[in-house]
Design a protein around this ligand. Structure first.
Ligand SMILES: [Zn+2]
Length: 288
């Protein structure tokens, strides 16, 4: 912690963020749902209500992410919901301001991103996608629902047709996509607790690139910057970041979250908590 000059002065959160990124040798960024929510890509409230009034009336859901994990009774209904969800959260996702500002700050440094989000925010903000690992899948990709082979498929036109041609929360049966190998219906490529997800060659190459980056930056002033990461899946970002911080006395774990979470005692002295509004802090830091 002594290595970080920025921490020796009292600064606002945005000055801290800008200063720490500025003096870091490398930045490992972990992004969770809170970052997308900060840019307005929320899963609750108006955005959900306006796009899914029929499903909400039928099922009384209040959270779009939770709804997307529902075990729908038919594939026609599954794809009616998912196609609209994918158009909203991937195909037509606009550029986020905080995502863009963050990119401008970190791209001057060696950096790599890991995210548990499956939306399209990084692409929309113009990131170099070779530096982004989508650990939990991507909404626009499809996989065999029986996991019979390790390949994913993408067909944006089909997804849009499903969204447009559905009636009464069902797509026409002939639009349900099927696995070319075993004929089982295709489903979204999204990791779930009980099934995991199909990991194709591209995913494995991206995971290898991320791990290689971590290996190359085990010493020096490495900043593990966690933004909007909650506690639902700490095994992917939070806990590995803690472990890596602990193994390098010059490393810093910086967490941006409006809720404060319990932290491992052993790295308390290497941790910085930023609890102000995520979007405002990043936008102000970028101006510094
Ligand atoms: Zn199959």
């Amino acid at each position: 912690m002594d290595a970080w000059m920025t921490l020796k002065e009292k600064k606002s959160e945005s000055e801290l963020l800008a200063g720490l990124i500025g003096e870091a040798d490398a930045v490992v960024v972990g992004i969770g749902a809170g970052m997308s929510a900060a840019d307005g890509f929320t899963y609750v409230g108006e955005r959900f209500k306006n796009n899914f009034p029929d499903f909400i009336e039928k099922y009384n859901w209040f959270d779009m992410l939770q709804a997307s994990l529902y075990k729908f009774p038919t594939w026609e209904e599954y794809w009616a919901f998912q196609s609209r969800f994918i158009v909203l959260n991937y195909l037509d996702q606009p550029r986020g301001e905080a995502y863009t500002a963050l990119k401008e700050m970190i791209e001057k440094k060696p950096y790599h991103v890991i995210t548990t989000n499956a939306d399209n925010a990084f692409y929309a903000a113009g990131y170099n996608m070779d530096k982004v690992l989508y650990y939990q899948g991507e909404y626009a990709l499809m996989q065999c629902s029986r996991f019979c082979h390790d390949k994913t498929y993408r067909d944006d036109d089909l997804i849009r047709r499903m969204a447009e041609e559905q009636q009464d929360m069902k797509i026409p049966s002939e639009l349900v996509p099927h696995c070319p190998k075993c004929s089982a219906p295709l489903e979204k490529n999204k990791r779930t607790a009980e099934k995991g997800m199909v990991e194709d060659a591209k995913f494995i190459a991206e995971r290898d690139a991320y791990n290689a980056f971590l290996k190359d930056h085990q010493k020096g002033k490495v900043m593990y910057l966690e933004i909007g990461v909650g506690h639902t899946t700490p095994q992917f970002i939070k806990h590995p970041f803690w472990r890596q911080t602990r193994q390098n006395e010059d490393a810093l774990f910086v967490t941006m979250n409006q809720k404060t979470y319990r932290i491992l005692e052993a790295i308390k002295s290497q941790a910085v908590f930023l609890t102000d509004d995520i979007q405002k802090t990043i936008l102000n830091a970028c101006k510094n």
